[in-house]
Design a protein around this ligand. Structure first.
Ligand SMILES: NC(=O)c1ccc[n+]([C@@H]2O[C@H](COP(=O)([O-])OP(=O)(O)OC[C@H]3O[C@@H](n4cnc5c(N)ncnc54)[C@H](O)[C@@H]3O)[C@@H](O)[C@H]2O)c1
Length: 445
């Protein structure tokens, strides 16, 4: 009989995971506490922008013409508990207010809500990013609360998907890591992931703590690589060197590699910043804080890029923002996403607005989300509209659309042809030859 899978928490991770499980051929039930999200998903619409997810959802959501009908959604925990043989926990683990540590209350609530309904053997698989040690704690809690007792087993299967590539990363991940303590758990997860495994995706079984740490370590490494090149950008600025040439030259060394080596405004989003902070907090609890003190520096370098961008913008505005118009291109924390959680672009836009400028933001997908969080900023429907009358244009999220902008066309609507490239990807020569002052982080003026 085909496995039946429930997915608890249908946000960026869970909605994609649920659709991918249906694509693998399983019967899937997605559960969320947000009734609006469930209504949207049931109607076959994706509550966020994620390339390819809409098509995958429509292919499988029950009740839509031509769909396989394998994917349904609910707000009933009991229904999900009774439905699933395997339950994936994909709820949020944000940063706790006023602390570095992760807020585990959503994961705890999800397990506490599910367990009392588990009357037959089931595997609960955590995918949320959690502090090391959580899986052991939750495994005990699950078995204690479930009527089926030890028949309710836990495994941990961290998720590495990248927003903007979530569908392909879920269907064909680089690797599948599973913290599992029994043959049954491993067998069930091999069955769930039979398709990617048969396509050659490495499948690694580890203990709980190692599985949890792989995720924390991967994010820490990526954050460190970005902050490394941004630290080099700071030195380049002081020495009058060009960080883009520096990173190109470094990337020729295969041991270093060019990925995640582009200097710019740094990282943001719902994962890297909170994950490295939670990792530091957890290492502290374990008495291993010294091992991760470098992550504090990684975080500081990253946040300094935002302040530096505000300073550069102020300089370009003649030393003060009062009465100045600033156009901001980009609101999402990265391109191909509408996710604005800890977005460097919006952070910079908001700081500049608070210092007296009139800031107009344009983003191809994230304007609606941005407006909800920063209602006092002005929003435009195109880059051209945002740039109207601007004294400086800031390029802060690396959408392909911005690389195709015509410097002459934009130049015709701005008050002053001043461009700050926060992502070091625009063609400096093309902009300069169209009469613009082009400045970027880590490059000579
Ligand atoms: N977004 C990513 O790119 C990504 C990548 C890898 C790992 N992760 C991790 O995955 C987890 C989820 O991240 P996300 O970005 O999808 O978050 P999200 O906020 O988009 O989604 C979480 C969802 O869980 C729901 N939820 C909360 N408590 C619930 C409960 N008790 N029962 C049912 N639903 C509940 C929320 O309503 C929300 O829809 C986090 O731990 C994150 O660190 C995220």
């Amino acid at each position: 009989m085909t496995l039946r899978i429930s997915v608890i928490g249908t946000g960026y991770l869970g909605a994609t995971h649920a659709a991918a499980m249906a694509e693998f051929g399983f019967e899937v039930l997605g559960l969320d506490i947000d009734p609006d999200k469930i209504a949207t998903l049931t109607a076959g619409r994706v509550p966020m922008y994620e390339p390819g997810l809409s098509e995958l959802l429509l292919k499988h959501v029950a009740g839509h013409e031509g769909s396989t009908g394998r994917l349904r959604f609910t707000t009933s925990v009991q229904e999900a508990a009774e439905f699933g043989d395997v339950h994936f926990v994909c709820v949020n683990t944000p940063q706790r207010k006023g602390e570095f540590a992760a807020d585990m209350s959503y994961v705890d609530t999800a397990i506490d809500g599910l367990a009392p309904y588990l009357t037959r053997p089931a595997l609960v698989v955590g995918k949320s990013t959690v502090p090391v040690g959580s899986a052991s704690r939750l495994a005990e809690r699950l078995a204690a609360l479930a009527p089926v007792g030890a028949g309710a087993e836990l495994a941990w299967n961290p998720e590495f998907l990248r927003e903007g590539f979530a569908v392909q990363d879920t269907l064909r991940p680089d690797r599948i890591v599973v913290g599992a303590h029994s043959e049954r758990a491993e067998r069930l997860l091999r069955e769930v992931y039979a398709e990617p495994i048969s396509a050659g995706v490495p499948f690694m079984v580890t203990d709980f703590a190692t599985a949890e740490l792989v995720k924390a370590a991967a994010n820490s490494f990526l954050a460190t690589k970005i902050s490394f090149i941004n630290a080099m950008a700071e030195v380049c600025e002081a020495a009058g060197a060009d960080v883009t040439q520096l990173s190109t030259a470094l990337a020729y060394d295969e041991r270093i590699g060019g990925k995640f080596l582009n200097s710019g405004l740094g990282f943001g989003g719902g994962c890297l910043p909170k994950d490295i902070r939670a990792f530091m907090a957890r290492a502290g609890e374990l008495g291993a804080d010294q091992a991760l003190t470098f992550l504090r520096e990684v975080d500081s370098i990253n946040m300094r890029r935002r302040s530096r961008m505000v300073e550069l913008a102020r300089e370009q505005c003649g030393g003060g923002f009062l009465g100045r118009r600033v156009a901001v291109l980009g609101a999402a924390f990265k391109p191909n996403s509408d996710d604005i959680r800890d977005s460097p672009a919006l952070n910079v836009a908001a700081q500049i607005q608070l210092q007296g400028a009139q800031v107009t933001v344009y983003d191809p997908k994230a304007v609606d989300n941005a407006r909800k969080m920063f209602p006092s900023l002005t929003y435009a429907g195109s880059a051209l509209e945002a740039a109207e009358g601007a004294h400086v244009v800031l390029h802060l999220t690396e959408w392909a659309e911005f690389r195709r902008l015509d410097p002459a066309e934009l130049g015709a609507v701005v008050a002053e042809r001043r461009l700050l490239d926060g992502r070091n990807v625009l063609d400096a020569e093309a902009w300069r030859s169209a009469g613009w002052t082009y400045r970027a982080l880590g490059r000579p003026s």
